[in-house]
Design a protein around this ligand. Structure first.
Ligand code: FES
Length: 114
């Protein structure tokens, strides 16, 4: 069964097979989710926000250990652990690089406004 994945903030829609991890589905759809541990649940770089958590498999023991119940309750998941079971929406978190660039551009804009 194929499922539809909507990626925020871009709104790009991709498709993948049910039971695919969010990380693999992202790669299939050319969506960039950082990863340094090759999906072994140790780098935490693949953290995403599940907008519809019920459309993903339950958190794995590794996610419970690494993220804790409070973070999981906010809908945050490790893309390398969470598997898609129905049409879903995933919000990507801004990378530190993107945040740094946005901050520099804002600073530059502030200087030109003065
Ligand atoms: S890819 Fe490293 S924790 Fe998910």
């Amino acid at each position: 069964m194929n499922v539809r994945m909507t990626w925020l903030p871009s709104g790009v829609v991709t498709r993948t097979r049910a039971q695919t991890t969010v990380l693999v589905a992202a790669r299939q759809g050319r969506i960039v989710i950082p990863s340094r541990c090759a999906g072994k649940a140790s780098c935490l770089l693949c953290l995403v926000d599940a907008c519809t958590p019920e459309t993903l498999t339950d958190p794995t023991p590794a996610e419970h250990r690494l993220l804790g119940d409070a973070v999981l309750a906010q809908g945050r998941r490790l893309a390398c652990q969470a598997r898609v079971i129905a049409d879903t929406t995933i919000a990507l978190r801004p990378s530190r690089l993107h945040e740094t660039i946005a901050r520099l551009l804002q600073r530059r804009s502030d200087v030109h406004d003065d």
